[in-house]
Design a protein around this ligand. Structure first.
Ligand SMILES: Cc1cc2nc3c(=O)[nH]c(=O)nc-3n(C[C@H](O)[C@H](O)[C@H](O)COP(=O)(O)OP(=O)(O)OC[C@H]3O[C@@H](n4cnc5c(N)ncnc54)[C@H](O)[C@@H]3O)c2cc1C
Length: 508
């Protein structure tokens, strides 16, 4: 039965819970969520079913009992704020707003939060210290990452910096592998417990505007389903429908996007622990450079309790022009001599694909318009710099900042772009824009041809020469061997110096 938004509001959270159980076929995302077809490789048209998580990872009802308090609100009051998208950004925004006493509705197109979401698998949870103190005691963690490796590969070689520390296996922890279906449901339940109304199985199809152009709410795919609000917080993820409709992205470029493709492979827990040298809840995060052939990108390998996540991220224009398919590139990564022993025998449980906004500082949109804020991937706040692929922590921080700014604007009675400007100030004085600004040169450097292909080859060849005992020849001199490798790979000393300088400025 299709219910109208007013009737849902009248029935409150009990109705939102019922709506969450509509049949999945009703929850297919609109085609408009994908970027312009002209910019997409064929792989972006992956079957929608590929986005479904493992049945075993579905949360019980993804709803909190505390949400019933929202049911007492009269429908006529409506909402002060509508937050679109119950990913990490949206739930953090809704939680912050609800705690500030703001009437907030969190709208999610999936049947439950996390139903449609995927990522590599690591949450950097310290961002939750302020929002949910002691979060690690109840977050749905698979493993605590105590081993982090960066692997550089050529088709036949690999060179790994492999770091481990017991410190990351204790509070306050560093990274944790977590399934998105668990994480998103848990965070949304926190927002509900604080008083937000969660409306699932509802796709926002556009913005509504007043006579001056001020955003006055959202349109939804429900009959009679417009939701009025004084502020809309768009947390609808990468390639945000709402940010684009509001004209906040001035120069979206295809090279600012990658396609992330991931397989989840099931293996017995003891096999994972033996292969990766782990005990108890310890986990591994391996980032891989040089594994995507002629397509700029990278790979990753993460351990969960009894599954492994293995995947690649592929720059869109490079993928399109290569004519290669993402599943072919994952198969190549899994067959690499350094990776095959880690994944062999794994049973494919899930295959998923999702766009990533990787342009960093250079692709950030305007963050506010009259009555509108954008946060998380919708604002391109995902940091991908080779060493780091982090989006969830930036989504949570920016969502919370948007919630604070919206609450302050409502209190002051000015929800224009000027009244909402506190959002940008909050991001500027936090790690969010500090990191994006400092690392603005990193995405371009990491995806450059030399970093992607030539330097991995040089590094691997150099180490191979160093460790090869080539008697009766004497040991090679390191400097001479380095020069020979540079000549062989046709990298000019000038380019090497320029890249080193850029790297120093980007990461130093
Ligand atoms: C392959 C891959 C690997 C990654 N690995 C990591 C990692 O290991 N660690 C990390 O920190 N980050 C990682 N990221 C990045 C991370 O996933 C994102 O940065 C993060 O999910 C952004 O959160 P968000 O809440 O902004 O958006 P999303 O998580 O995308 O959530 C958006 C929500 O909005 C909903 N929605 C969208 N449109 C509508 C609509 N019209 N109406 C209603 N609801 C809507 C969606 O269903 C979804 O629930 C990875 C990403 C990919 C693709």
């Amino acid at each position: 039965m299709a219910e109208t938004v007013p009737s849902l509001l009248a029935q409150g959270a009990a109705a939102t819970r019922a709506a969450a159980h509509l049949p999945p076929a009703a929850h297919l995302p609109p085609a408009a969520h994908l970027p312009s077809v002209a910019h997409l490789p064929p792989a972006a048209h992956l079957p929608l079913a590929a986005h479904l998580p493992l049945a075993a990872h579905l949360p019980p009802a993804a709803q909190s009992a505390d949400a019933t308090q929202s049911a007492t609100r009269p429908a006529a009051e409506g909402f002060d704020v509508v937050v679109v998208g119950a990913g990490p950004a949206g739930s953090a925004a809704a939680l912050t707003l609800a705690r500030a006493g703001v009437r907030v509705c969190l709208v999610e197109r999936g049947p439950f939060p996390g139903a449609k979401n995927m990522y590599g698998g690591v949450l950097y949870g310290r961002v939750l210290d302020g929002l949910l103190p002691g979060w690690w005691q109840e977050a749905p963690v698979q493993r605590w990452v105590t081993r982090r490796a960066t692997m550089v590969v050529t088709p036949t070689q690999s060179l790994t910096v492999d770091f481990r520390t017991t410190a990351w296996g204790e509070p306050p922890y560093n990274g944790a592998t977590v399934y998105r279906s668990d994480l998103d449901a848990w965070l949304a339940a926190k927002a509900e417990a604080a008083g937000a109304v969660l409306l699932c199985s509802t796709t926002v199809t556009g913005l509504t505007r007043g006579p001056t152009g001020q955003v006055t709410g959202v349109r939804t795919d429900r009959p009679d389903g417009d939701l009025p609000a004084r502020v809309v917080v768009a947390c609808d993820g990468v390639n945000s429908l709402l940010a684009k409709e509001a004209g906040l992205y001035r120069h979206p470029e295809p090279e600012h996007f990658t396609l992330g493709v991931k397989e989840v492979l099931a293996l017995p827990r003891q096999d994972i622990e033996a292969r990766f040298g782990l005990a108890g809840r310890e986990g591994t995060d391996i980032e891989i450079l040089g594994c995507t052939g002629d397509v700029p990108g990278g790979g990753f390998l993460y351990t969960n309790l009894d599954t492994i996540a293995v995947g690649v991220v592929l720059q869109l224009p490079g993928l399109a022009s290569s004519g290669r398919r993402p599943e072919e590139l994952i198969a190549g990564l899994k067959a690499h001599p350094a990776v095959a022993p880690l994944v062999v025998g794994g049973q494919l449980k899930e295959y998923s694909a999702h766009l990533i906004p990787e342009g960093g500082w250079d692709m950030l949109p305007d963050l506010a318009a009259d009555g509108l804020l954008v946060a998380g991937d919708a604002a391109a706040l995902c940091l991908a710099t080779g060493i780091w692929l982090e989006g969830v922590n930036y989504a949570i921080a920016s969502g919370a900042a948007a919630g604070e700014a919206a609450a302050a604007a409502l209190a002051s009675g000015d929800t224009s772009a000027a009244g909402l400007a506190g959002y940008r100030h909050r991001l500027e004085s936090s790690f969010v824009l500090a990191d994006f600004k400092r690392l603005r040169r990193a995405p371009g450097l990491v995806l450059s041809e030399r970093v992607q292909r030539r330097y991995p080859q040089i590094a691997c060849n150099l180490v191979e020469r160093l460790f090869t005992v080539d008697n009766p020849n004497p040991k090679p001199r390191l400097l001479a061997a380095g020069r020979a490798e540079l000549r062989r790979s046709a990298v000019r000393a000038r380019d090497l110096a320029r890249d080193a300088w850029t790297a120093l400025r980007a990461f130093g």
